[in-house]
Write a protein that binds this ligand. Structure first.
Ligand code: NAD
Ligand code: UGA
Length: 363
């Protein structure tokens, strides 16, 4: 099976390559300017990697040639860090919509199976969140079903929604090419994959505000308080990256089931508020370091305005219905949050331990 993978050097791409490249059935044409997470694979003869963006001069011709000989095209290339959505809205819209437009057209012209990574953020906020009283007692008002749930986003001035809206339009373009030109497709809506190599650590190997796991991890390693945005009551379901990759592998093995479907990929049993996540992470870090003082690591409250700047608005809750993936792919995630955190945080602790000594924080 020949695969084209765009954005193969990121968090999900690196874990996907780990899995695909141990299996000699797969040959990969990959694109990503950032190869730090996939260095172990750079000399693999079954990976033909271009260290470039899909926008670089000449890249599209090269991508078209690869698509023409491919069985599947997977798109992972994106800007997908919430701190960027309201601060770099044009870059976010371009990366998640306009840059992908030519790729979708090429897949359509060559009738290639496009597996596109969308996001659970396309659902926006739940119906329940707009009702005057808390209506979370009725799952119909908050559960996210791929083919039924409306996609609800806030006003234009809240630029948080640039990412979700660009992803939604990309989904609609893909669906339209399927409807009008019979392009086979699969849309994956991930819900908060956690695992090793997820994000950079500010001040070590990147700058800015990463996703919540790396924010809390940085605070623990730097001896700074964990910051809870707007009370920490937003809820997320957390899934192990390895079980998410299982789902993708099952899709590749069962094209007749996977094609022309949208799938939520998440673990509905691992739901936490961000306040609960902060507490779980400090307790896990106490176990990893052997230092009980992390059990009481400080947690402070911060407003979204102070943390993200103007135009941020949060997704209140993301509870996926994953029965479609279970029925069609035979996939059901099982790893509890405690196991996911232990593996992920141990990786970060080991990977950045030298830096931690520099900060004088070893227990
Ligand atoms: P990531 O940021 O770790 O990886 C994205 C990769 O794309 C990066 O390596 C980046 O260098 C590359 N890239 C960006 N622009 C590019 C371009 N123009 N050309 C080539 N490469 C480019 O993100 P991730 O967590 O691996 O997410 C992958 C996909 O899954 C994205 O589409 C994202 O929106 C989606 N997603 C991820 C999650 C999650 O929990 N990780 C959740 C929802 C959606
Ligand atoms: C993320 C990103 O948009 C994408 O990577 C992805 O598409 C999407 O999840 C998804 O899984 O579909 P989000 O979960 O909001 O979105 O991003 P995080 O940065 O991980 O934030 C999660 C929650 O933690 C938010 O409520 C945020 O306000 C909060 N947070 C973040 C804190 O309380 N403290 C922090 O230090 C950082």
């Amino acid at each position: 099976m020949r695969l084209v993978i765009l954005g193969c050097g990121g968090f999900i791409g690196s874990h996907l390559l780990d899995r695909l490249l141990v299996d000699d059935r797969f040959e990969i044409d990959g694109w990503d300017p950032d190869v730090r997470k996939i260095e172990a694979h750079l000399n693999n003869p079954r990976l033909r990697l271009r260290r470039s963006t899909i926008r670089a001069p000449g890249a599209l011709e090269d991508i078209e040639a690869a698509i023409a000989r491919a069985d599947v095209v997977l798109n992972l290339a994106a800007i997908c860090n919430p701190a960027d959505y309201n601060k770099r809205p044009l870059a976010v819209i371009n990366a998640n919509l306009f840059d992908l437009h030519p790729i979708i057209e090429l897949c359509s012209a060559h009738r290639r199976w496009l597996i596109s990574f969308s996001t659970s953020e396309v659902y926006g906020r739940t119906i329940a969140s707009y009702l005057p009283a808390n209506k979370y007692d009725d799952p119909a008002l908050y559960e996210l079903r791929e083919d039924d749930t409306p996609l609800i986003m806030g006003p234009i001035r809240n630029q948080r929604w640039t990412y979700a809206c660009a992803k939604q339009m990309t989904e609609r373009l893909i669906y339209a090419h399927h409807a009008e030109h019979e392009m086979p497709f699969t849309i994956i809506r991930p819900l908060n994959f956690f695992g090793p190599k997820m994000d950079y650590i500010p001040g070590r190997d990147g700058e800015g505000v990463p996703r919540v796991l790396a924010c809390f991890m940085t605070a623990l390693m730097d001896g700074k308080p964990l910051q809870l945005v707007d009370g920490g009551q937003a809820r997320r379901t957390i899934i192990s990256i390895h079980e998410a990759i299982d789902a993708i592998m099952l899709m590749l093995e069962r094209p007749e089931k996977a094609q022309n479907n949208i799938f939520n990929i998440g673990n509905r049993n691992n739901e936490v508020t961000m306040a609960e996540l902060a507490d779980a992470m400090r307790r896990t870090y106490a176990v990893i370091t052997g230092s009980p003082r992390y059990n009481d690591h400080p947690i402070v409250h911060v407003s979204a305005l102070d943390f993200y700047g103007t135009g941020y608005e949060d997704c209140d809750r993301r509870m996926p219905d994953t029965s479609k993936a279970e029925r069609l792919l035979g996939w059901r995630p099982k790893r509890p949050l405690s196991e996911v955190l232990l593996e992920t945080m141990t990786y970060y602790h080991q990977h950045y331990a030298r830096d931690e000594r520099t900060h004088g924080l070893q227990p």
